[in-house]
Design a protein around this ligand. Sequence first.
Ligand code: BES
Ligand code: MN
Ligand code: ZN
Length: 510
Amino acid sequence: MTQPSLSLVDTDPAELAVDAIVIGLHSQPDQDGALLPAPGAESITAAFDGKLTATLALLGATGAPGEVTKLATLGTITAPLVVAVGLGDEPSGASPELETLRRGTGAAVRSLAGSATVALALPLPDDEDAPRVLRAILEGALLGGYRFAGYKTKPQKGRREPVTALQVHVPDAADEAAAAELVRAEAVGRAVRQARDWVNMAPNLLQPAPFADLVQAAATEAGLAVEVLDFEQLKAGGYGGIVAVGQGSEAPPRLVKLTYTPEGVTDPKRVALVGKGITFDTGGVSIKPSAGMWEMKSDMAGAAAVGATMLAIAAVKPGVAVSGYLAIAENMPSGSAYRPGDVITMYNGKRVEVFNTDAEGRMVLGDAMARACEDGTDYLFETSTLTGGQVISLGKRIAGLMGSEEATTLVKTAGDAVGEPAWPMPLPDDVRKGMESEIADICQTNANLDRAGHMLQGGVFLREFVEPGVEWAHIDIAGPGYHSGEATGYWTKGGTGVPIRTLLHLVETL
Ligand code: BES
Ligand code: MN
Ligand code: ZN
């Protein structure tokens, strides 16, 4: 999991000795019909004697967001290649939309695989907005340049390796705010890469124990305190939900707790992050259809995001006390698997009547959330690839968000700021009524297996495991946690790392 090195430069972009230089291009033509280079590219435009944008247009460039056009410079500037990334219409404010910049730099850096060193000469405003814009550029570049190493036994012929060094052009390379963004971006980039790697790993190679071991090793190295509960300890400790799901697999479950304690802060706010870590979800006895089932290797994306966020927190050191809980199990059908009809006593003592073993996420999460509340917390943010209903209602890009007013507002605001949108959904009384059990405290799903309000059933169920007084949000990332299509913007194929940047941002702003 290597990440390109990052550095700031303030020398003339036209004179940078790099393999390629990325500039921005706006879509609307100027009065002479030429496309508009974005600020930052002035010296390069000048070196081309005014012919740069016309040449780019000849090559088909329109400046549309995310478009990437490459031009050999033939000695006009030091770098042999200019890469124009479309940024859409010239912004009415000082800078383009942050998400446009993130996606543009992501696409550009990915397209430059095969180049070792790449410089970015993109529009940076000259005001207090500069750090935010720089952050978007850095995150887009690092995330878009990610590639999963994979498992091929032989190096592929002609395979172009991802960029190894990124230089970012800024007005003043000694600027402290810019340097701080660089350090933060390195931590965020590493965290997202780590989560993507875990999600992209083959499920036979990332069963619960190896997953917990990898998280433990990374967290220990980052300086976090680590507690791992194994199957025996989970059984003895009364973690009925995790045990029920985990008992069907030959690979026993784990609960991992990571703790970050801020230095020199008396009585810090306390935050718990909880993630669903189903290393593979077959559905269990209520088995899933086989088509596309392999994508259920991504059913630990929530836990991967929580573990990776904790690594970023250890690096960024916010003044908040944060604990991460990863509820890890494999959901398999077998002679020892839990069954529809079972009644399970959860960690907080509530009894759940099981209707569908494929609703396993809420079983492991309920325990982990109850444990987080028992440990004591002011806020609880839980994230999981919980329901297909999330994808049906909000699609592949926007997470479903449920919970208390304060916590959901925090998530919504942070998500909007970082380009990981989440949309607030209700927790209706009638959905809770539909989950009344005749014999236990609550049904795990609608008692008639009615899929109405499918995503909301998940939120309503999980609410039962939050102690009163805890501000709580449930972030359903069934869609946004995993990208099945071809790479686009800073999203590569497979794990996305959503919602790491949301969680980090909101912890920093608390
Ligand atoms: N892991 C799935 C949800 C999922 C579906 C994630 C598609 C990503 C893409 C979850 O465990 C599940 O199977 N949910 C069921 C719940 C139902 C049985 C109540 C579902 O969505 O159908
Ligand atoms: Mn399932
Ligand atoms: Zn699942």
